[in-house]
Design a binder for this molecule. Sequence first.
Ligand code: DC
Length: 204
Amino acid sequence: MPFCVATDGPAAAGKGTISKALAERFGYAHLDTGLLYRAVGAKTLQGMDAVEAAKSLVPEDMVDEDALRAPQVARAASQVAAQHDVRAALVDFQRAFARRDGGAVLDGRDIGTVICPDAEVKLYITASDEVRAERRYLEMRAKGVEITQEEVAKDLAERDRRDESRATAPLVAADDAIVIDTTALSIEEAVALAVQKVQAVLDA
Ligand code: DC
């Protein structure tokens, strides 16, 4: 039976970690939709047209996750994600994933508002700008990326502004989303809270 958990929120708020943990806990499939936009962004950095890249995307394009996590790819992803035709080309795949048998968790920016507005559970994961910048900085340093915390903070702020202000499917919490602010929570606490929210819907 389909059961969709839509997880949205700004960059580095913890939605990826929470989504992965939810998928594991409940046995659902997980799709990080940011990777789709990152793969399109990566192709534009190689000179390809963004809409063409989105229309011709194949699963292999999402395999090299480390390369797709690079700061310049994140920037390109946020830029291509503002194009209506790019988003339109990626809708059907995401909707089919959301409604697959056995349940699905999708994380992104517009899952609860556009891709799966009738999701059984909608979570909006957020955290303060400072904490998000610090988490992303530590993550990148751990991977050996040469970057300062100021650069990370600037990148995130720029991306948030673009993702929130674009005309098509901007980043916004759905009216019926459960907001989880992870600023003062450990990963374990944030995951436990999200699990509790999903379980409450399953038990209802
Ligand atoms: O979640 P992420 O940081 O990997 O996403 C990279 C960019 O892709 C993000 O800045 C905006 C865009 N994106 C989007 O517009 N809609 C989604 N559902 C997921 C990501």
